[in-house]
Design a protein around this ligand. Structure first.
Ligand code: FES
Length: 169
């Protein structure tokens, strides 16, 4: 297939883009139609690929960059800056533990130690059964109920060492 460089809102075909599924490409193209230019869809496109694959591999990133008419280096910079785009394989659920100040003041360190002990992993690691990956995250916006963490799509707050054991059972 040949590569077509088009300025805005035109479907681009390229050998790299074929690494994406038809569903991924059509969802990304639908996002692009809502935006002023293709590059503005960078985060949404990465999220779409992550929803389908669980994470964004180098190959997927190059495919998305091609689809958006941008360099893979530029897109990788965006993906790295946005810490909810996973550039390595993760477990079935990602545990995002807030390590910002309100949670820390409310005993977040002790709670996080219990999370790590319960799962048997440190930050950045995945449990041996592949179920959980533990990652630190900046403020989850639930400071009134600190400490807080996300387990998959679920927000848990007012955490204690005891409650996190229950949640992760
Ligand atoms: S500081 Fe943890 S939720 Fe805001």
């Amino acid at each position: 297939m040949s590569q077509t460089h088009s300025p805005t809102n035109t479907i681009v075909t390229d050998k790299f883009v074929t690494l994406l599924s038809d569903a991924e490409v059509s969802q990304i193209e639908a996002e692009i139609l809502l935006l002023p230019d293709r590059r503005s869809a960078a985060i949404d496109a990465l999220k779409i690929v992550q929803e389908h694959r669980g994470w964004v591999s180098d190959e997927s990133l190059v495919a998305v960059a091609t689809l958006l008419n941008m360099s893979s280096e530029e897109l990788d910079g965006i993906a790295t800056f946005y810490n909810l785009i996973y550039r390595k394989p993760v477990g079935e659920k990602v545990v995002l533990f807030c390590d910002s100040v309100s949670c820390w003041l409310m005993g977040g360190d002790d709670v996080c130690k219990r999370v790590q002990a319960t799962l048997g992993v440190a930050y950045g690691e995945t449990t041996a059964d592949g179920k959980y990956t533990l990652l630190p995250v900046t403020c989850l916006g639930d400071c009134d109920h600190a400490p807080a963490m996300m387990v998959g799509d679920e927000l848990h707050h007012d955490l204690t060492p005891e409650s996190v054991e229950e949640i992760l059972k």
